[in-house]
Design a protein around this ligand. Structure first.
Ligand SMILES: [Zn+2]
Length: 219
């Protein structure tokens, strides 16, 4: 297996101001203040964590995978990646990463894509787009289906072949690996802890994750 650069964090979990475990298949929506650091922990390994960010004061300014890829000149996300918005602002910067590579090309699973990729009878299965939508509607503030752009898939392994082929492969993460990012402005974070049962991105077995938040002045 290819090994990736591991950049650990200096932040201690005991200093976190917020900590929550998100069960497999559940969603999470939470504001972050500029300067706060968000860590997402792959508790059991090989989980896919579908993630979006919005400017907390302008939801139309949201994560944009195309701007992100172009800004860094690379299709994978890892330490140093700046998560760019649709209006060209830096929403967050990845500051630590013990997994080493994350996807932003594969998109979120949906009941429609489950039917196309796997089988017509998979249409009833719980999917990330539905989790995103449920969380947005519950959060309110006018957020709805049209506010779901292409997302980040933390810990998900979607290698691109030399010919440009996109493949979904067995995960490269392991239990306890994490990715950490600093908010460069006030943002709203949205996570669907992927419930997918049909592809190897999470070893066909969705598992819980943990999110932790540190304030800017804590180290
Ligand atoms: Zn999913």
């Amino acid at each position: 297996m290819t090994s990736f650069l591991s950049v650990p964090s200096a932040l201690a979990p005991t200093g976190a101001v917020y900590s929550e475990v998100i069960p497999a298949g559940e969603s999470w929506i939470h504001p972050l203040i500029k300067g706060q650091t968000l860590r997402i922990v792959d508790l059991e390994g090989n989980q896919a964590v579908d993630t979006l960010f919005y400017d907390a004061h302008d939801y139309a300014d949201r994560y944009d995978f195309q701007n992100t890829i172009r800004a860094q000149g690379n299709i994978y996300l890892t330490t140093g990646s700046r998560l760019m918005s649709s209006k060209g602002n830096v929403l967050l910067t990845i500051v630590a990463d013990t997994c080493g590579r994350h996807d932003t090309l594969g998109g979120a699973c949906a009941t429609e894509s489950n039917q196309v990729r796997y089988a017509l009878d998979k249409g009833h299965m719980h999917a990330c787009r539905q989790s995103f939508l449920a969380a947005l509607l519950k959060y309110g503030n006018g957020l709805e289906k049209r506010d779901i752009p292409n997302n980040i898939n933390f810990f998900m392994n979607v290698p691109v072949t030399p010919e440009g082929g996109l493949t979904f492969e067995d995960g490269i993460s392991e239990a306890g690996k994490y990715v950490e990012m600093r908010a460069e402005r006030d943002v709203l974070g949205l996570i669907s802890n992927c419930p997918q049962l049909n592809n190897p991105c999470n070893a066909y077995n969705p598992t819980p994750i943990q999110v932790l938040v540190w304030d800017a002045d804590v180290s």
